[in-house]
Design a protein around this ligand. Structure first.
Ligand SMILES: O=C(O)CCC(=O)C(=O)O
Ligand SMILES: [Fe+2]
Length: 219
C-alpha cells in the first residue's frame, strides 16, 4: 500500500523499558527541512570529522552542535579554539517534541538539551556497539533518522553483546532512550543504501541526529 496516500499514524513501540521507537514520526516536508539544516550544519565551523576512537577511525562522519564532541568528551571550544555556538533552538524543541511523542509527556522540569551529534553514514558506514556516556545527566537521548534505512541494534546496559533487539530505523523515525535504558549499548551494524525517500532531498546516505543533555556548564 502506498503510505503517501494512506499515512499511518505514528504509534510508539517500546523496545526495552524506557526505549521507544516511533516509526514515521516526521512527515517528508519536515524531513526535508532537517536534511537541509544538517547540510548547513555540516558545512559550519565545526565541519565533519571521522574521529579516531579506540576501535579505529570511524566510518561515520560527525558534526557536533552545542558542544564539540571528540573521543571521549565534550569541549566548549572547536579545534580552532573558537567557542562552540549554542545548540540550534530548533533541535531543543525537536527533542522535547520527541519526548512527548515517545513517552506521552515531557517531564517537568524539562531536560536542558544543549548538545546534538549529527552523523552521516555513506555506503558501508556502520557504528559499533557503544554507550552514550560522556553526558553527566540521565535525561533521555532523542534520536531522529533521515535518509537511508538502517539496522539499529539496541542492547542492554551490562554488555555490548546479546541480549539485544534489532530495529529497522527509516527516514523520519524517532527513537528515544531514557530511564532504565539510558546507558544501554547500541550501534548501527548496517544501512540500506538507496532506500531514502527522494522527497526528503537526500538521495543516498543516512543522517542521524541525537540530541542530548550534557549536564555540563559553560565556562
Ligand atoms: O545513527 C544512529 O542511529 C545512532 C547514533 C549513535 O548511537 C550516536 O551518535 O551515539
Ligand atoms: Fe550512541
Amino acid at each position: 500500500m502506498d503510505d503517501a496516500l494512506f499515512p499511518v499514524p505514528a504509534s510508539p513501540v517500546e523496545v526495552a523499558p524506557g526505549a521507544v521507537h516511533v516509526p514515521g514520526w516526521l512527515d517528508p516536508d519536515e524531513q526535508r527541512e532537517l536534511v537541509e539544516l544538517c547540510r548547513t550544519w555540516t558545512r559550519g565551523p565545526g565541519g565533519m570529522t571521522r574521529h579516531r576512537t579506540r576501535g579505529g577511525t570511524m566510518s561515520v562522519a560527525m558534526t557536533s552542535l552545542g558542544w564539540y564532541w571528540r573521543p571521549y568528551r565534550y569541549c566548549a571550544a572547536l579545534p580552532d579554539g573558537s567557542p562552540v555556538p549554542p545548540l540550534p533552538p530548533v533541535l531543543g524543541r525537536l527533542a522535547l517534541r520527541g519526548l512527548a511523542a515517545a513517552y506521552g509527556a515531557v517531564p517537568d522540569p524539562a531536560p536542558d538539551y544543549d548538545v546534538a551529534l549529527v552523523n552521516f553514514y555513506g555506503p558501508g558506514a556502520t557504528m559499533g556497539m557503544h554507550q552514550d556516556r560522556d553526558e553527566r545527566c540521565d535525561a533521555p537521548v532523542v534520536s531522529v533518522s533521515l535518509g537511508d534505512a538502517c539496522v539499529f541494534r539496541f542492547g542492554n546496559t551490562a554488555t555490548r553483546t546479546r541480549p539485544y533487539t534489532d530495529v529497522e530505523l527509516r527516514g523520519g523515525d524517532l527513537f528515544v532512550f531514557g530511564g532504565p535504558s539510558r546507558w544501554a549499548y547500541h550501534g548501527v551494524p548496517r544501512t540500506f543504501p538507496g532506500t531514502a525517500d527522494p522527497r526528503t532531498g537526500l538521495r543516498s546516505g543516512r543522517f542521524n541526529i541525537t540530541v542530548r543533555a550534557s549536564g555540563l556548564r559553560r565556562g
